[in-house]
Design a protein around this ligand. Structure first.
Ligand code: MG
Length: 201
């Protein structure tokens, strides 16, 4: 069996006045994560793990933080590109395991919901996604969220499956476009993103 392993890491500082988004979930918390994008530290780590597994570079090489197109971007955009990269390389996800390191909020009560959200974004079943969390004991990084991710990939043997995956990802992309258009209509185009900082992705 042709398999690959990938590892990703990311960290973002907490910052008042922005929504907290981790694993694609908006979490009720007094502070969010600073970032050029939406600061989703977990999706960034998974994106790097996927890219690393097929030697396709890292998130910064595809989405340079100085590029204004990614200001306030939904990090699922980064994840989708990484999924396309592994698919183009002829691989699919077997499973993903992750560890978040942060003092607050507590992830345990929302881990199941986060697992379902991440699984949905990765087009896998929730039983193939691990979401774990620890506090940063002794690390002296109380105001930071860190994420570690490992992925296992296997080569797709059936060309028909490759086409099916492409169709699923395309329909997901179309759905995202519709939602984005609706949000723009409701909010008005050109509204400043709540994740408006100059920090890196
Ligand atoms: Mg990041």
């Amino acid at each position: 069996m042709d398999i690959r392993i990938g590892y990703g890491f990311d960290s973002h500082a907490f910052k008042p006045g922005v929504p907290l988004k981790i694993g694609g979930l908006i979490i009720d918390h007094p502070e969010g994560l600073a970032g050029h994008s939406d600061g989703d530290v977990l999706l960034h780590a998974i994106t790097d793990a996927l890219l690393g597994a097929v030697s396709a570079g890292d998130i910064g090489s595809f989405f340079p933080p100085e590029d204004p197109r990614w200001k306030g971007a939904d990090s699922s955009v980064f994840l989708n590109l990484a999924m396309e990269e592994i698919q183009n390389a002829g691989f699919r996800i077997v499973n993903v395991d992750t560890t978040l390191v942060l003092n607050a909020p507590r992830i345990g009560p929302i881990a199941a919901e986060m697992r379902e959200k991440v699984a949905d974004l990765l087009c896998v079943v929730p039983s193939n996604v691990g979401i774990k969390a620890k506090t940063p004991e002794g690390l002296n990084v109380d105001h930071v969220a860190q994420a570690h991710a490992v992925v296992l990939l296997e080569r797709i043997e059936d060309p028909g499956e490759l086409q099916t995956m492409s169709a699923v990802m395309e329909s997901q992309r179309q759905l995202e476009d519709v939602v984005r258009d609706l949000v723009n209509q409701v909010q008005g185009v050109g509204v400043k993103s709540p994740f408006d900082t100059d920090d890196i992705t």
